[in-house]
Design a protein around this ligand. Sequence first.
Ligand SMILES: Nc1ncnc2c1ncn2[C@@H]1O[C@H](COP(=O)(O)OP(=O)(O)OP(=O)(O)O)[C@@H](O)[C@H]1O
Ligand SMILES: [Mg+2]
Length: 608
Amino acid sequence: MLSRLKDADKFGKTLIRMLRMILQAHPPTFLGLILLTALQALTPLASAWVTKLLFDLLALVLQGNPSVDLWSDLIFLLLVQGAIFIIGQVCVSSTMYLNNELGRKLAVLTETSVYRKISSFSGIGYFENPEFYDTIRLASQAAQFGPLQSLGILTGLFQSIITIFTFLALLLAFNPFLAMLVFLAALPQLWLQLKFSRQRYGLAFDLSPDERRTFYISYLLSAVETAKEIRLFGLAEYLLDNLRALYHKIHQARRRQELHELQWKLALETLSSSTFAVAFGVVAIQAFAKRMSLGDITLYINAMRSLQEGLSSMFSAIAGINEQILFFTEYDRLMELPQPIPINHSSRPVPKLSHGIEFRKVSFRYGENQSWVLHNLNLFIPANKTLALVGSNGAGKTTLVKLLARLYDPTEGEILWDGVDIREFDTDELRRNIGMILQDFVRYAFTAQENIGFGQISRISDLARIKRSAEIAGIHPMIENLPHGYQTLLSHAFGENGSGADLSGGEWQKIALARLFMRQADMLILDEPTAALDAQAEYEIYNRFTELVEGRACLLISHRFSTVRMADMVAVLENGSISEYGIHNDLLARGGAYARLYHMQADRYRVS
Ligand SMILES: Nc1ncnc2c1ncn2[C@@H]1O[C@H](COP(=O)(O)OP(=O)(O)OP(=O)(O)O)[C@@H](O)[C@H]1O
Ligand SMILES: [Mg+2]
């Protein structure tokens, strides 16, 4: 019971919040909408009243009372009826326009807030949780369509409440029993509609993972990134089969729900038609007893029908709002999600790195049920030096740098920046002091200038600096030769036909390197930065590299020993911790893991 009460409380609060959002989106449009809706709601009653007067007049005429006044009254009433009709129509069209206009404003507001919220998560832990994706999907749907639909429903509700009250008053005065009968017969609808709305929400939740998967497969079948492999491996039919199976499953679930609703709706319609027949009978009996004029009869029959319709649309509206609110709670849930990593607002400035970065007894696993990736790891990255981190695939090298950039926090232990735990800094401030190129860097469908400028967003317009970074990365001449130079879009998916460009794997890597070089950071991290570069390009970059990293700490992750040799020091990551640490020659002489890995690679080049 208590939880029910709490639910009702939340229901009210959510509704008020939704209404406030609608009002805040654009107050004049909102007020205009309310006024038009009220006007529209009054037209059925006005029209019914004029019809009654018309019929009464007609009866007088039929009784052989054709005075001139009567005719002029008749014409006047017809004109009034016409005017009411026109006003009603104008209201309908204008309301629709205002409704759409307000909906557009709201959609922009709420959708940007969804994406702002997602971007505000400092750590990336949520992105590994499938439920998070369902919440995002449902929340952005609720945010995009919910306000518009709720608004439509609310104005409909407002209108039907006015209609209901006017006709209910009329009928109560005529015959309270009849009024109650019509009202009670409509009640089961409310219960059913509410039940359906909850079921539809549950269904949307259950089907969300499958629906997301259909989007994913559609993407695989239509994207430029996947077009090559899909053809080379002949995967299209297999994926299409998958897609068909998913649609089959989704449609079956929806069909079941709709058939279930249909059954109940048919039963209810039978009930309401029977009620109407009874009510019609009551009116007819009264008419035969000559207690009513012809006009009265039409008025009451009209009133009953309108009351019944009004009640029915009011109940659908209530259920509709219930459904919108249920979906909107997903938006709330997203908006209330806490930071995945604790955020420190103390805004302690990040000092210029003078000593170095220390991993102290750091252990990490991606989830409670997962195995440890790093275990009791100790590592020192000196300022002003380049440290190469080597280790086999899956050893945890990328994981280690993700911890350093606070995309995750260590499960145990601490990471110290000149002796201060990095959790004590503002995360954004910390990241501003770290320049990083990731193994899976992003190829933005933006211009070359933007692709590089993204490395230091505050300098995105500084073309001179962007060109300098491109020069260091060895990609400047290539960009100059593109159809629009630095303004060339690095994608064929957008822009005018033929205006975009596609780059080779190594060229993209150079773009990512240039992006890194844009950054003025104390600490540089390069995760497999030259894997796709040819030997000449790698050699040239490293010639400039030494100059570039001068005075900064640099962590270099690579499987290529030609790259590793550029570093001042080497650390070997094995079984979750650092097994060897020293300079290249010493480690080779030691004949341990590093020497073994080195010789394995060197052997491949040796002519036997
Ligand atoms: N987001 C994640 N969730 C769960 N496990 C993960 C996640 N990312 C990586 N892992 C696991 O953590 C381990 C270390 O991965 P990591 O990417 O750090 O290795 P790596 O040393 O960078 O390997 P490589 O040389 O292939 O780049 C792997 O076993 C991997 O499966
Ligand atoms: Mg890696």
